[in-house]
Design a protein around this ligand. Structure first.
Ligand SMILES: Cc1cc2nc3c(=O)[nH]c(=O)nc-3n(C[C@H](O)[C@H](O)[C@H](O)COP(=O)(O)OP(=O)(O)OC[C@H]3O[C@@H](n4cnc5c(N)ncnc54)[C@H](O)[C@@H]3O)c2cc1C
Length: 431
């Protein structure tokens, strides 16, 4: 790995969160990228053993759909991920206080798992280790991109070393990095997450819908085995999801994603553990026995945020900076992963055709390839959020009727299964 930064790259990825790191893995592990000059810039330190300084690799857990796991298998990372993840073989969707519900089962799909739940820290470890062993990748961290401007070569970037972190030990890729440096790139991939300053810098605006909801995230322990079942329960206060985690020292565990209105969340966050567990027990019921413990809690305000433009000449937006969804249906990263693989495929085609990867015509092909999937997934996720957050009689009736019909109509159920598994869309292959 080089410590001196070149002046021009074919592709520069800004941000090594889940999405930027996955793209870097695709461009270094897939075939057909030989000779690609690739730089990844990350504002936080990128450490193999402890990725917690990167904002995306925090105490959350992520459901990786079967489709996403198939992509990670193409990148040679599935075995490492599987060893750290818990399978989901069943999904139970129910509405508190109402009979019926939807039951999705991997056996009905003829697959071993509908998806896998992985703690973000472990996902970060796997991705960071893959980045640090990649031969044809240059990585600058902790370095921030402070400005991007169109130029004759494509895009000019201003890089600034992040110096206020004195506690970095282990690998620091920017040891010999000057305080500031200007470089150019044929294509810049902005994967800088939901709070993008570079988009604002380029005048790219976002549509934003505030759901007036926040999610409380924590790991919980309980007395009955979860048997690899994920639960999604809709309560009058908001949706509550319990995602199976691996048992630790004989303790049964799940990741809790508990959505509340923004007005109620501070009160819930301030509750003592015992009172919170009691409330959870009351809202969820006894399917997992008694809740015995809750770990560190975090809170995430929830909004739908969509960029008005995803491509410009020499520029593409990827991940949360392009579309940030409510986590109710576990679709945000899985959708971004499909975009990521489509972009990698597009870059490879550009290389094969000897065309700049930042060519606007090529980027239009990328957008065309992903647009329908994005629209469908975003509408599905938004519809689910609004439907299951509402207490008006029409929504309640639609929910009850909808769940009953899904459970009784096998083709409808199969389609929902395929959406949950990330298999409703066509697959890209980099092999
Ligand atoms: C509570 C919750 C639960 C979720 N659960 C699921 C789930 O189960 N399944 C699912 O598919 N999705 C889920 N999601 C969505 C998923 O977390 C996001 O899709 C994903 O985190 C997006 O990652 P990202 O790489 O785009 O952004 P981030 O993770 O925010 O990464 C951005 C990176 O860019 C770096 N950066 C920023 N600016 C600069 C700069 N100027 N220069 C250099 N580096 C920079 C940051 O340091 C950071 O490391 C969930 C989201 C939430 C909030």
């Amino acid at each position: 790995m080089s410590l001196t930064v070149n002046n021009h790259y074919d592709v520069v990825i800004v941000g090594a969160g889940m999405v930027g790191a996955s793209l870097a893995c695709a461009l270094t592990h897939g075939s057909g990228f030989e000779g690609l000059k690739l730089l990844l810039v990350e504002a936080s330190p990128v450490l193999a053993s402890s990725p917690v300084q990167q904002p995306g690799f925090d105490a959350r857990s992520t459901v990786l759909s079967a489709g996403t796991m198939a992509y990670f298998s193409q990148l040679g990372l599935d075995q490492e991920l599987l060893s750290a993840a818990a399978p989901i073989t069943e999904i139970h969707v129910s509405d508190q206080g109402r009979i019926g519900g939807v039951h999705l089962d991997s056996k009905q799909q003829g697959v071993s798992a509908l998806g896998h739940v992985i703690e973000n820290i472990k996902l970060g470890q796997t991705l960071n280790q893959a980045l640090l062993r990649a031969a044809n990748l240059e990585l600058c961290a902790p370095v921030q991109v402070t400005a991007i401007n169109p130029c004759i070569e494509g895009m000019q970037l201003l890089l600034a070393k992040v110096t206020d972190n004195n506690t970095i030990t282990g690998i620091t890729q920017a040891i010999n990095f000057p305080e500031n440096k200007e470089i150019t790139a044929s294509l810049v991939v902005l994967a800088e997450g939901g709070r993008s300053s570079l988009c604002a810098n380029r005048g790219i605006e976002h549509y934003s819908h505030n759901y007036n909801q926040s999610a409380l995230i924590a790991n919980v322990a309980f007395t009955k085995p979860h048997a690899s079942c994920a639960y999604e329960r809709f309560t009058p206060k908001g949706p509550l999801a319990l995602l199976p985690l691996e048992d630790r020292e004989g303790v049964h565990r799940a990741a809790l994603v508990w959505t509340h209105s923004s007005a109620d969340i501070s009160e819930i966050m301030a509750m003592k553990d015992e009172a919170l567990l009691q409330q959870l027990q009351q809202d969820f019921g006894k399917k997992l026995g008694t809740f015995t413990r809750i770990g560190k809690r975090s809170m995430y305000p929830l909004a739908l945020q969509l960029a008005h433009e995803q491509i410009r000449p020499a520029l593409v937006l990827l991940g949360n900076v392009a579309h940030s969804l409510h986590p109710v249906a576990g679709q945000g990263f899985n959708l971004a992963m499909r975009d990521t693989m489509a972009l990698a495929f597009n870059i490879r085609e550009s290389l094969q055709q000897n065309v700049s990867p930042g060519s606007f015509t090529r980027l239009q092909c990328y957008l065309q390839a992903v647009q329908q999937d994005q629209q469908h997934t975003i509408s599905f996720s938004d519809y689910m959020t609004r439907l299951f957050s509402s207490t008006n009689w029409l929504s309640t009736w639609t929910r009850t009727f909808g769940m009953a019909s899904i459970d009784l109509l096998p083709p409808l159920k199969r389609q929902l299964n395929r959406q949950a598994m990330g298999l409703a869309q066509s697959r890209i292959s980099l092999s």
